[in-house]
Design a protein around this ligand. Structure first.
Ligand code: FAD
Length: 471
């Protein structure tokens, strides 16, 4: 009897444990993607993720066809659709790779027991994470709240080698209803804002593999230093591929295996932060809604719709914040250093609830991630585990000057500032009138004056945070 293989956030054929195990049996394989948007507390996908998903599924369809298989697409509640597919195909087994969002864990648990109760084989595999979050605990059986001991604990585990893609599949030749990919309506139409995303990214397994190869070849040397400079291509850009499971951390670790030294160590540690985020999410399933530190539940966030809009559009008057927010809008991604600065600005300078920013990122990031997004926002807000201390308030001008000294990042994403001399590129509001005139630039007209005074906002935030500090 055939084996159904579910595809979710694992849109690849290589290092796919479920697909490899099904293929190895020689039985017909029925690859199935289910768009399950309701129930189970699931978080609807953001718009940028939907765009990515469309192209990633199209790529997966092609790779499965090359192996002799066909991807079936369905919409509906996972358990119900699987039951229908089992009935329609006469499948005796369902295989999948584990996912780690709280809704995903709950749905798959129910699926497994439902299938087994019917005498069907149900088997899950690893792939998305290097370490099962359920197996990592402190000596007292609690979960880790601090990164460093967590990361030390990871080093005790071996990391397996990647699994080859099946050489071919016995495709399922029988009938099974399937939707057309277009019918999911993942792509934006009115307006179509996706051209900048398409320019920057190549969704799919092939694009992921090429990016990893390029990074290991050209990017890894000096990564430890370059990763903080948004003006250069100093990071791997693998995050959206990881988020959709087009590549696995096992494949990345294997590609780095023989690399020693500070750069490779730093890069592996970043993957460790990804694991840590999932460790936190596993133990705090409401991470994107509930403050990790309960004292923050009483924090008096401000309602500031005009300021929020200015932040979202990249019109705050602080060039590094605005460049980041525009990079996000245009390309679906933002450099990590700038994510920290832009998030800190929203939370500490504007006193807007981190959840509002987290929602915006969730909708606009192609790498929107159920764990890393809320964990990072809480880290910035100071409400999280192992968070930035409350008195750490990023100064957007000094941060810009330090990490984008010539303003090349600013000039790319905030072109109206391009003509300003380096000296004022991060502080156009301090440039003498004569300098502005020479550049043909008018503050308040071509580019906004700062929507808030940072020095004032800093004092205000410190005051409010002091009241919230625990202990
Ligand atoms: P690289 O520097 O090449 O790092 C390699 C990989 O390590 C990344 O692909 C990512 O999987 C992981 N990684 C790196 N830094 C972190 C980190 N701080 N936390 C967790 N994992 C990390 N990352 C997401 O993948 N999805 C998100 O939704 C997300 N939201 C964020 C929100 C805020 C406010 C902040 C400050 C950070 C967020 N990050 C998120 C973490 C980080 O910014 C991105 O992972 C990184 O910028 C991705 O680019 P890269 O692949 O080139 O990273």
């Amino acid at each position: 009897s055939p084996i159904i293989v579910l595809f979710r956030d694992d849109l690849r054929v290589a290092d796919n444990g479920a697909l490899a195990a099904a293929g190895a049996t020689g039985r017909p394989v029925v690859p199935l993607f289910i768009l399950d948007e309701g129930g189970n507390d699931a978080r609807p996908l953001g718009a940028a993720s939907r765009w990515w998903l469309h192209h990633s599924l199209a790529a997966l369809e092609r790779s499965l066809e090359m192996l002799g298989g066909r991807l079936f697409l369905r919409r509906g509640e996972t358990q119900k659709i699987v039951a229908e597919a089992v009935k329609e195909t006469g499948a005796g087994a369902v295989f999948w790779n584990r996912r780690y969002s709280p809704a995903g864990i709950a749905a798959d648990k129910a699926l497994k027991s439902g299938l087994r109760a019917q005498g069907l084989e149900a088997k899950s595999h690893d792939g998305f994470l290097l370490h099962e979050p359920s197996r990592i605990a402190t000596q007292s059986g609690d979960f880790y709240k601090v990164f460093t001991p967590f990361y030390r604990r990871l080093a005790e585990d071996d990391v397996r080698d990647p699994i080859d893609a099946p050489a071919s599949l016995a495709g399922w030749k029988g009938k099974l209803a399937s939707d057309r990919l277009d019918a999911f309506e993942f792509l934006p139409t009115h307006p179509d804002w996706s051209s900048g995303l398409a320019q920057r990214w190549q969704p799919g397994e092939q694009g992921a593999r090429e990016r990893l190869a390029r990074f290991v070849e050209d990017g890894l040397d000096n990564y430890a230093e370059n990763r903080d400079l948004p003006g250069i291509d100093g990071t791997s850009g693998l995050s959206p591929h990881l988020a959709h499971g087009e590549i696995t951390p096992f494949q990345i670790m294997a590609a780095l295996r023989r690399r020693r030294g500070k750069d490779a160590e730093t890069f592996r540690k970043e993957l460790g932060w990804r694991e840590f985020s999932y460790h936190l999410l596993f133990n705090r399933p409401r991470l994107h809604r509930e403050n990790f530190r309960p004292a923050f539940e009483a924090f008096e966030w401000q309602e500031a719709p005009a300021a929020l809009k200015a932040w979202q559009r990249g019109l705050t008057g602080y060039p590094i914040v605005d460049a980041g927010m525009r990079e996000l809008w245009r390309t679906g991604w933002m450099h990590n250093r700038v994510r920290m600065i832009a998030a800190s600005f929203l939370v500490k300078d504007l006193l807007i609830d981190w959840r509002t920013g987290e929602d915006w990122f969730w909708d606009t990031l192609v790498d929107a991630d159920a764990a890393s997004n809320p964990a990072s926002w809480q880290w910035v807000a100071g409400s999280g585990a192992d968070a930035a201390p409350y008195f750490r308030i990023f100064n957007p001008v000094l941060q810009g000057e330090k990490f984008d000294p010539q303003g090349s990042y600013i000039r790319r994403y905030v072109p109206e500032l391009a003509k300003l001399p380096d000296r004022y590129i991060h502080r156009p509001f301090e440039a003498p009138a004569a300098v502005l005139r020479d550049c043909g630039f008018s503050l308040g007209k071509d580019y906004p004056s700062p929507i808030v005074d940072h020095a004032m906002a800093r004092d205000r935030a410190l005051e409010m945070y002091r009241g919230t500090r625990e202990g």
